[in-house]
Every structure is written in structure tokens, then in C-alpha cells.
Design a protein around this ligand. Structure first.
Ligand SMILES: [Zn+2]
Length: 455
């Protein structure tokens, strides 16, 4: 081999290496990337031609051009055509409805999106993609109207509303109150009609409720429920905590709850039990009493509740209790049921049919029984000495379900009787009052059916 030959073969190797390196650079460089842009249109298959559509384009190199058109029966309408020439890897575009949207009669359209990236691949032409999105057009708001409702609602009380709601593409239907609390509705009597019990929580100073219907295309209808608001006087009581109480009941309870483990100061124990343990016990009750049946009902009958024969009221619903020790404010709580007492271990009777949803120990409530009566109405029984029924049991009207006791946070043998509407404690007095039930439940259902039958 000659020296000259050696040199030229070295040169060709060098050129080859340069070519390979160049090719590798092109192959791996982002300037020449070969991945087509991705196109995403936020949608659920429906559009009301009002709300802008959210389009997101993503590419590894950047975006050179995008074009969006709307395809309808009569042809294509351009919605956007831009050449941003940006190196941004992702851009968001708000697609406004075309000007012709108002007069458009089409029920089904297509949104066609074509995007080119800024890559120099493909002989400098770059990569491109096209996506087609099929959308169903729905410009109409849900139909919504009240059929019948309770005339008034009391602070801490309940009311009934029956309404008509329809939409081809109904998505959500609920009642929203001033505190953003949502109440569910249950199908009632005939298709398109709904019934709902609503409640004015004792901790809210005022009340307002709207029925809200939303369809899948984002159209919303809202109707205000006209209710006369009746205020109620709830008792504010100052309770002085005695050492005997701290060393007795509180010390006993503190031993039992995990929240008070390692806490030895009696006042601290009391505060934790009255606030943290109570909140946890109430949260469980609220969760268990929030469900509403989804099956259509054609009637809802309820008899006045009277769970304890010859029961004397020993504490009222809504009592606001403020606790003091040596004249100093320590803690507070709302009493969210009615305390009834007769003799020790007295039989507790349900006057209404129902399904048992809970029969367990629940902190301050002791042995706690919860029964669902349908329509999101529940009754709870606290401090029981024994419970006769099990979860899932269907109980008949006028059956004995438990015995009173003093389990949990109870000084003497009594029944803590609570009524809840979709997770909100309400005035038990209303559900023990024949006249209230007639005016607010029976008559409303009767008049609603009359109106529905005429329609
Ligand atoms: Zn009580």
C-alpha cells in the first residue's frame, strides 16, 4: 500500500464520518423532528354554539400553521387560520363559534383541524396532522318549571318542591342553596317530573334555593323556588362546666376516644370531645344520610313521628350551647336533635316504614341507629342501650327498633332523636306535627299530581 492511497482512504473515511454525523444530526435534531403535531379539542360530543371550544395543539418542534373549519350540510365555514410560526411546544386556542352560528339549523357538525409544524423534515415541508371532531349541536336550554312547593320554610326546617325538567341531553339536575349546598331530586310520578326535600341548615342565617338544570352542551336553566322564610328563636344557653363532670363523664369518654389519647388536662379533653370528636361523629351521620333513591316514586307517605311513648322533651333542637369554666368561655356546640326521656331503657318505636342504614357505636351518639325513609329523609336514634335491627333490614311502621340508654355523651337515660334531610339536621318538631306534614308533604304531592294529570 502506498502512502498516497493511505491518505485518500483516510479522507474518504473522514467524509463518511461527516456524512453519518450530519445524517445523525438531522435525524435526531429537533429542527428535523418527524413526529406529527397532536390535536386535542376539549369536548364531550356536544356544543351549544355559544361557549368557545378549547383547542390544544402540541408539537415537538413548534407550530407553523393551523387551520380550523366547521363542516355542515351546506359546506365548510372557516373558523380559524393562523400562521403563528412559534417554537412553543404547545398552544391553546379559543375557538369562537362562527358568525353564522345563530342561524345554523344543523344538528350534527364536524370540526376539522389541520396543523403543520416548523420541522424541516420532509424536504422542509414539515409534518402535518388532521383531526376531525364530530359534535352534536344543542342550542336549547333545558325546560324547567315548578309544579308545586311548600309555601314556607322555617329556619332549621324543611320544605318540599315538585318540578318539571326536560332536555334531550340533560346532564345535571339539582337544587342549589345560597350556601352552595346541592340537594338531589328524585324522579316523580311521570317522566320529566321531579321531587325534592330541601332543608335550611340551622347554622345559615338566611336561605335561598334555585333549581338548576344543565345539559351536555352547557346550556343552563335556573328557577328560583319562592319560599316564605320564617325565622325561629333558638335557645342560647350558657353552661358552666363543673369539675365533677370533667372527672366523671369526660374522663370516661377521654379514655375511649383516640383523639384524646395522650391528652391529660380535663379542659383540653372536653374541648377535643366537644369539637373534634363531635365533628367526626356528625360527619359520619351526614355521609350516611346524604343518599337519595334514584327510582321513580309516585307517592311519599309519612306519619307523624313519635319515637318514645310519653317521652318528655329534655333538650330542644337547635340549642346553641356555650360552655364556661370559672367564668371563661371554653367551647360551644349546636344540639341537632330532640332529647326525649321517659323511663330507663324505654322502647323506641318507628311510626314509619324504612330501611336501616346504620347500627353501630358512634362516639358522642353512643349506640346509634339510622333509618332511611326515602326521599332523602332519615331519622337517627342516639344513646341507645340496645338496638333490635340490623343494617339492610326493612322495618315496618309501628315496630320497636331499640331501647333508650345513656351510651356516648349522655348524662341520663334518654333518646337523642334527630331528623335529617339529605345530610342536613332539621327540626324534628315538623315531622312530629300532623298539620305540618299535611301542609308541606301530603297537600303538595296531591296538588302536584292534579296539575301533572291535567298537562
Ligand atoms: Zn341529644
Amino acid at each position: 500500500m502506498s502512502r498516497k492511497n493511505n491518505k485518500s482512504s483516510f479522507l474518504s473515511l473522514l467524509i463518511l464520518v461527516a456524512i453519518v454525523a450530519g445524517a445523525l444530526f438531522v435525524y435526531f435534531s429537533s429542527t428535523f423532528e418527524r413526529v406529527a403535531p397532536t390535536i386535542k379539542l376539549k369536548n364531550n360530543g356536544y356544543w351549544n354554539l355559544k361557549k368557545p371550544l378549547q383547542l390544544t395543539i402540541t408539537d415537538n418542534s413548534g407550530i407553523k400553521e393551523y387551520k380550523v373549519s366547521l363542516k355542515r350540510k351546506s359546506g365548510l365555514v372557516e373558523m380559524a387560520h393562523e400562521e403563528p410560526l412559534t417554537e412553543d411546544k404547545s398552544i391553546n386556542i379559543k375557538l369562537k363559534p362562527p358568525r353564522t352560528a345563530y342561524t345554523m339549523k344543523d344538528k350534527d357538525i364536524e370540526i376539522i383541524v389541520t396543523v403543520k409544524d416548523i420541522s424541516k423534515w420532509n424536504f422542509l415541508k414539515g409534518n402535518s396532522s388532521t383531526e376531525v371532531f364530530k359534535l352534536h349541536i344543542d342550542k336549547r336550554r333545558p325546560k324547567l318549571s315548578i309544579v308545586a312547593n311548600s309555601y314556607k320554610i322555617s329556619h332549621g326546617g324543611a320544605a318540599l318542591v315538585i318540578f318539571e325538567a326536560s332536555d334531550e341531553n340533560m346532564d345535571k339536575l339539582y337544587i342549589e342553596t345560597n350556601k352552595k349546598r346541592k340537594f338531589k331530586a328524585e324522579p316523580f310520578y311521570k317522566e320529566g317530573y321531579y321531587i325534592s326535600l330541601i332543608a335550611w341548615p340551622i347554622r345559615s342565617s338566611t336561605f335561598r334555593a334555585n333549581i338548576v338544570a344543565k345539559d351536555k352542551a352547557g346550556n343552563v336553566a335556573e328557577t328560583y323556588i319562592p319560599l316564605y322564610l320564617k325565622s325561629k328563636d333558638y335557645r342560647l344557653s350558657k353552661i358552666t362546666i363543673k369539675d365533677k363532670f370533667l372527672k366523671g363523664k369526660i374522663a370516661d369518654l377521654a379514655e375511649e376516644f383516640e383523639e384524646t389519647q395522650g391528652v391529660f388536662k380535663p379542659l383540653e379533653q372536653f374541648k377535643i370531645i366537644n369539637e373534634d370528636v363531635r365533628a367526626k361523629n356528625e360527619a359520619l351521620i351526614h355521609r350516611l344520610t346524604s343518599e337519595v333513591p334514584k327510582k321513580m316514586i309516585s307517592n311519599f307517605k309519612i306519619k307523624p313521628m313519635y319515637p318514645l311513648r310519653n317521652g318528655q322533651v329534655v333538650a330542644h333542637f337547635g340549642d346553641h350551647r356555650k360552655y364556661y369554666y370559672n367564668g371563661k368561655f371554653i367551647s360551644e356546640a349546636y344540639h341537632l336533635g330532640l332529647d326525649l326521656a321517659s323511663h330507663a331503657m324505654a322502647p323506641i318505636i318507628t311510626k314509619n316504614t324504612g330501611t336501616v342504614v346504620f347500627t353501630d357505636y358512634n362516639g358522642l351518639y353512643g349506640n346509634n341507629l339510622i333509618i332511611s325513609h326515602g326521599l332523602g329523609l332519615y331519622t337517627i336514634y342516639g344513646h341507645c342501650s340496645s338496638i333490635d335491627v340490623a343494617v339492610g333490614d326493612k322495618v315496618a311502621a309501628n315496630t320497636k327498633i331499640a331501647n333508650t340508654g345513656k351510651t356516648g355523651y349522655a348524662m341520663g337515660d334518654h333518646l337523642h332523636f334527630g331528623v335529617l334531610v339529605q345530610g342536613v339536621e332539621v327540626r324534628p318538631q315538623e315531622w312530629m306535627d300532623k298539620q305540618w306534614i299535611k301542609l308541606n308533604i301530603t297537600n303538595i304531592i296531591k296538588s302536584a299530581k292534579k296539575i301533572i294529570n291535567q298537562e
